[in-house]
Design a protein around this ligand. Structure first.
Ligand code: ZN
Ligand code: ZN
Length: 241
């Protein structure tokens, strides 16, 4: 029997030789999400106090109301919160939670789920100074074998959407020059934090080395054709003497 990737709305079949519960593409995206979140969190912290500009020292510099000490939406994401998705599948404990689940709470919840999945220890812990994101990056190979890996991927997608809206930063997508080796569309995109270059048309994944080899093979011929087309264009446009 073939198994299906556990990410919602994916539907791709899983590699039968692997114990992963996510397809190659979703596993690669989840990896990129954790790396992006690690990069985003300091930016989110920086957004906590929106207006640090001096408003005192001049009678013209004051405001009509006392300033908020910190942004509420950022505080919601960075603050303490209750419970994780697996321990609270019906969202009951989060009922008193305003807005999205705080990032740390979410990650700690999944860390607990992972500890139970691999029978690691009664409670996961993190080394001083290390973040829960770093913890998850370290334990990623085990996460990919968990039945709930797709749910974690989904929750990271939601959290990152909130974080990106606040920090106004999101991964840059770089369209590649060479066409996709599978579908021949010009759909190959290299996105920040992604392990692979992905075809947005057919979903093919290439490592950067694979892309370089492919590009070296096909680009010279394509450039020649492009040059011939330009030349043909200029010749036909030339007025007859
Ligand atoms: Zn998938
Ligand atoms: Zn393609």
């Amino acid at each position: 029997m073939t198994s299906i990737c556990t990410a919602p709305d994916c539907g791709r079949t899983l590699d039968t030789k692997s114990t992963r519960r996510l397809c190659h593409r979703c596993a690669s995206r989840l990896t990129a999400q954790l790396h992006e979140l690690q990069w985003q969190l300091p930016h989110l912290h920086a957004c906590l106090y929106p207006d640090r500009s001096p408003t005192t020292g001049s009678i013209h510099g004051g405001r009509a109301h006392s300033p908020l000490p910190a942004r509420g939406d950022v505080l919601n994401l960075l603050g303490a919160g209750s419970n994780s998705t697996l321990a609270d599948p019906y969202d009951e404990a989060r009922g008193d939670q305003d807005g999205p689940i705080p990032v740390d709470t979410m990650l700690r919840g999944w860390a607990e789920a992972l500890a139970a999945h691999i029978r690691l220890a009664p409670a996961p812990w993190r080394r001083p100074g290390h973040t829960w994101v770093a913890w998850h990056i370290a334990y990623l190979p085990w996460t990919l074998t968990a039945e709930w890996a797709g749910l974690f991927h989904q929750e990271l997608t939601d959290v990152l959407a909130h974080v990106r809206r606040i920090t106004h930063t999101e991964p840059q997508r770089h369209v590649q020059d060479a066409p996709c080796p599978s579908c021949e569309a010009f759909g190959l995109v290299d996105e920040d934090w992604a392990n692979y270059i992905e075809c947005v048309v057919c979903g093919t994944l290439l490592t950067r080395n694979e892309y370089q080899t492919h590009a070296r093979r096909v680009l010279p011929a394509l450039h020649r054709i492009a040059l011939q087309l330009v030349m043909a264009g200029t010749t036909t446009k030339d007025p007859d003497p």
